[in-house]
Design a protein around this ligand. Structure first.
Ligand code: AMP
Length: 181
């Protein structure tokens, strides 16, 4: 089972992605975390990643992101599938989409709710001005990618406002195939 989780920061998509991965016993792959880990390498790629993290922009060189993801996906635990969170985020990345994606689950919430939730989280890039920047980047570069998954016939949209448990039961249902909308 290969699933992609899409949605703005603060939509709860990472929480949902983790629960889904646990439920189906496949690895949870978080693009942002893979890149955060790469920052410790202290090489040229690490510098590019650090700059993006500090400004709330996407990592400017897609090759770094794609290479980092492909390394992770080539490990044996991904053979039976995965839940991918935070990729793709722009046009170039969608061209390097892993093959055989079964579902793209889009968890949506309004910006005000996203800002409220992220402000309470307190990660290094969760400062107010950076939060807004990341949401702007999301609307400009990532949201337009939804139509690609809609055209593929694998997009499912879920309202992210209800409780974690309610959203989770919706998410799992879409994969079980009992509710495809
Ligand atoms: P996230 O935890 O998903 O909000 O990602 C944190 C940061 O990691 C983002 O603000 C970007 O700088 C970087 N990042 C995560 N995923 C990607 C991606 N697919 N392409 C480029 N940069 C990314």
């Amino acid at each position: 089972m290969k699933v992609i989780l899409l949605g703005p920061q603060g939509s709860g998509k990472s929480t949902q992605a983790k629960m889904l991965a646990d439920h189906f016993n496949v690895p949870y792959i978080e693009m942002g975390q893979l890149l955060r880990d790469k920052q410790n390498d202290n090489d040229e790629d690490a510098k590019v990643i650090k700059k993006a993290m500090e400004t709330g922009s996407l990592v400017s060189d897609n090759k770094i992101t794609i290479r980092t993801l492909n390394q992770r996906l080539s490990t044996p635990d991904c053979t039976n599938g995965f839940v991918l969170d935070g990729y793709p985020r722009n046009d170039e990345q969608i061209k390097s989409l892993p093959e055989g994606i079964d579902r793209a689950i889009y968890i949506n919430i309004p910006d005000e709710e996203a800002v409220r939730r992220l402000s309470q989280r307190g990660r290094a890039d969760d400062r107010p001005e950076i939060i807004q920047k990341r949401l702007d980047v999301y609307h400009q570069e990532t949201e337009p990618l939804l139509s690609h998954f809609r055209d593929m016939g694998i997009l499912v949209e879920i309202d992210g406002k209800p409780s974690v448990e309610e959203v989770s039961s919706q998410v799992i249902k879409t994969i079980d195939g009992t509710s495809k909308n």
